[in-house]
Design a protein around this ligand. Structure first.
Ligand code: UGA
Length: 459
């Protein structure tokens, strides 16, 4: 099918490339001229595993083209709107980019178009889109509007697109349902050429869930909010573990074994970041308010998340006492591993706090340093983990990259000023680290045993 994707951000680019990968003829429109030229020159605007290869292959086979938004509107029978919906000052999602695209479609498109909102939007945006199109369209346009939220995690977005658990479509007509099913059929049947696995692990066909548009929009916001709630919950339990002499890794394992709870998203640490959870949580609270529902639960989730930064800074101060003029090594800047995205990254908030206390920061991240440098130029960005640790009084781990689990601890111990690891993601093995003479400080009493013995000794 001829498909257009509007917006070449994280979601749009993955969607365009993967739709081409599963056999469609895709035109991806981007209004930022500089970004468009970058893509047309075959350069990736951000780091995302496997995406570069999928784009290169699809372009070579002629199934993926980049161009202007106007050209994209003329191209596809289905148009996926993947433009940004950033937060406004009051927490609402800014829908102006969607409005602009809708108006362009209304004025320019000729014939039938299935207009699919993939960007994360408040409930009733589809209804607004329908009204807007009805007001501005020319007589030459016939259309359906559908919602098809994305569940793509940065770092695994290609895998998430090609091997999803579910595909949710919010529709108001059989024609839209049929077209969306046809678009996703290769994924539903798992009849795809997979660019990730030479032999795909046995996978169940994803559920193709058909709902009305309002429900589909709500599913997206509710999913992200629920996951954020799980993280804040485990972070609170983690604080309790630390205070009471329990081990959060065991507690999380124990509660996650209940299939009603599940083991994922129970990793405690410095809290969630990125461009999705923080903004979607705020937007969901605002949406609920508009409909007269006080979602105080989610306000608390946000408050707990913000306090994670304070907690880690306090842990560092507890160990180092005065921070002024101390060299602190930071491993990890991205909001999560396998991405170079530093938007709302807790690592950057922590670094800003340490700099404000007069510390000197030496940082290393495998992918995110260019983006972090633009945000915080006063940090010394280093070539590798060892250079970042040279002369440091503490190594503070803020993003759980695989690379950090494979360091040569013996060598590392020769370059630091003080052998202290503060693991903000509980990602290192305490035994590995302490065997090499490092003091290990984790989150939530992963060093629970000594604390417990201290309690017993005192008691
Ligand atoms: C999230 C959702 O997982 C996707 O399904 C959704 O499509 C996407 O937002 C979106 O709305 O576009 P993403 O933000 O890429 O994806 O990353 P996640 O893997 O969900 O992690 C979010 C944050 O939570 C990260 O900062 C991560 O470090 C943190 N996290 C995650 C924890 O602190 N603990 C955990 O157990 C899991």
């Amino acid at each position: 099918m001829k498909i257009s994707v509007i917006g070449a951000g994280y979601v749009g680019l993955t969607t365009a490339a993967c739709l081409a990968q599963i056999g469609h003829d895709v035109f991806c429109g981007e209004s930022d001229i500089e970004k468009l030229h970058t893509l047309q020159a075959g350069v990736m605007p951000f780091f995302e595993p496997h995406l570069e290869d999928v784009i290169a292959d699809s372009r070579k086979s002629g199934r993926l083209t980049f161009g202007s938004t106007e050209e994209a509107i003329e191209w596809g029978q289905a148009i996926f709107i993947c433009v940004g919906t950033p937060p406004l000052g009051n927490g609402d999602a800014d829908l102006s980019a969607i409005e602009v695209v809708a108006r362009m479609i209304a004025k320019r498109a000729v014939g039938y178009r299935l207009i699919v909102e993939k960007s994360t939007v408040p409930v009733q945006t589809g209804a607004q889109l329908r009204k807007h199109l009805a007001v501005h369209r020319t007589q030459k346009l016939d259309y359906d509007v559908a919602s098809n939220p994305e569940f793509l995690r940065e770092g695994t977005s290609v895998e998430d697109f090609l091997h999803p658990d579910r595909i949710v479509v919010g529709v108001e007509s059989q024609r839209a349902t049929d077209l969306l099913r046809e678009i996703y059929l290769p994924v539903i049947d798992q009849k795809i050429v997979c660019p990730i696995h030479s032999e795909c692990p046995q996978r169940k066909a994803p559920r193709f869930l058909v709902t009305d548009t309002n429900s589909s929009e709500l599913i997206k916001h509710a999913s992200n909010s629920f996951l954020a709630m799980k993280i804040s919950f485990i972070n609170m339990v983690s604080d309790l573990c630390e205070a009471a002499g329990a081990d959060i890794s065991k507690v999380a394992e124990g509660i996650g074994l209940d299939p009603r709870i599940g083991s994922s998203f129970l990793q405690p640490g410095i809290g969630f970041g990125g461009f999705c959870f923080p903004k979607d949580l705020q937007a969901f609270v605002r949406i609920a308010e508009k409909f007269g529902c006080d979602f105080a639960l989610l306000k608390e989730v946000e408050r707990i998340n913000q306090s994670r930064v304070d907690l880690l800074v306090e842990k560092i101060k507890k160990e180092l006492w005065v921070l002024r003029n101390k060299k602190i090594c930071v491993w990890g800047l991205a909001f999560k591993p396998n991405t170079d995205d530093v938007r709302f990254a807790p690592a950057l908030s922590i670094i800003r706090r340490l700099l404000a206390e007069g510390a000197h920061i030496q940082a290393y991240d495998p992918e995110a340093m260019d983006k972090a440098r633009k945000e915080i130029p006063e940090v010394a960005y280093c070539q590798d983990v060892y250079e970042a640790a040279r002369g440091a009084e503490a190594i503070v781990l803020l993003t759980e990259w695989e690379e950090f689990r494979k360091v040569d601890w013996t060598h590392l111990s020769t370059v630091v000023e003080r052998a202290l690891i503060i693991d903000g993601r509980n990602t290192l093995s305490r035994d590995d680290v302490t065997t090499h003479g490092f003091q290990y400080v984790g989150i939530g009493g992963v060093s629970g045993a000594p604390q417990m013995s201290a309690i017993l000794a005192n008691g």
